[in-house]
Design a protein around this ligand. Sequence first.
Ligand SMILES: Nc1nc2c(c(=O)[nH]1)N[C@H]1C(S)=C(S)[C@@H](COP(=O)(O)O)O[C@H]1N2
Ligand SMILES: [Mo]
Length: 335
Amino acid sequence: MLIKTPHKSQLNDFDVTNESIYQERRSLLKQMGFLGAGALMSSAMTKNANASFFGDDKIIFKTRPLEFSKDNENQGLIKTPEQKVISHNNFYEFGAKKNQPAELAQNFQVKPWQLRISGECDKPITLDYDDLTKLFPLEERIYRLRCVEAWSMVIPWIGFPLASLLKRVVPNSKAKYVAFETLYDPKQMPGQANRRLGGGIKYPYVEGLRFDEAMNPLTLMSVGLYGKTLPPQNGAPIRLVVPWKYGFKSIKSIVGIKLLERQPRTTWQKLAPREYGFYANVNPKHDHPRWSQASERRITSGGLFSRNRIDTLAFNGYGEQVADLYRGMDLSKYY
Ligand SMILES: Nc1nc2c(c(=O)[nH]1)N[C@H]1C(S)=C(S)[C@@H](COP(=O)(O)O)O[C@H]1N2
Ligand SMILES: [Mo]
């Protein structure tokens, strides 16, 4: 995502290209015999207990298989290959470039983990690591993910509805909004320790939803993708997925969820309020001040020069399920 800091690159197709070039360079070096499995390991990876390295130049994480019921509605969507889903990421806590999270999150420790749900409710709770995958039945949901930078993917998430979790804490009548917070741990998250690496964001990363948005059945707490627990770069051990909103709403590695009476400020809104709003619903008719939102580049299995420009859909194609939430609102004002 684009912030106006001197070091920052434009984030559009450029970054996608960057990543492809990066991948290409690695395989080229390998062909030339410069890179053996050993040479490919960065120092961070050598120390790593979570990842192992295979000869085919692919990073395989020790993600654990999950038991889940299948998404029956969206099996027809063409999924973005797993290798792209786990190597082209936005997770500024581990660096603002697309390839950095997959590399710099290798040592991220998700055990022990605590997720506290509190605020305007009768029964606040704290969940431990094991609760995240055991407390609620898991389902697979194949969703489109549309980044505000105008690229998109189709990802088979595993998770449970946020509504299940919120019902559990028994919200009271003052619960009008839900605020989310990512882990703050500069020792583990180099982007939090280094302003430049972390894209100039003030951490912890925070997000928010209106209570009815949070309770919508599409809103997912995700603990996995492609049938396994989340790799660190995708927001392990638990992240939000709100498929009709720009990707930045889908906050990763969550440690706090709080029910509130007032609308909370959010990370991107604080950084550039003219560019990123609280709602951030995917809207092809409301351009970003510096680029069009009318179309997007779908990341598929296509090669470096494949053209995958497609029209962006209102509410990212989920209007039937969510448009009612915004009835009577001026969506160019509440962007
Ligand atoms: N904590 C945190 N959550 C985050 C981000 C981030 O930088 N930090 N980036 C967001 C953005 S801009 C996008 S597009 C999605 C990307 O999710 P993915 O890497 O799993 O595809 O995560 C979102 N959640
Ligand atoms: Mo994004």
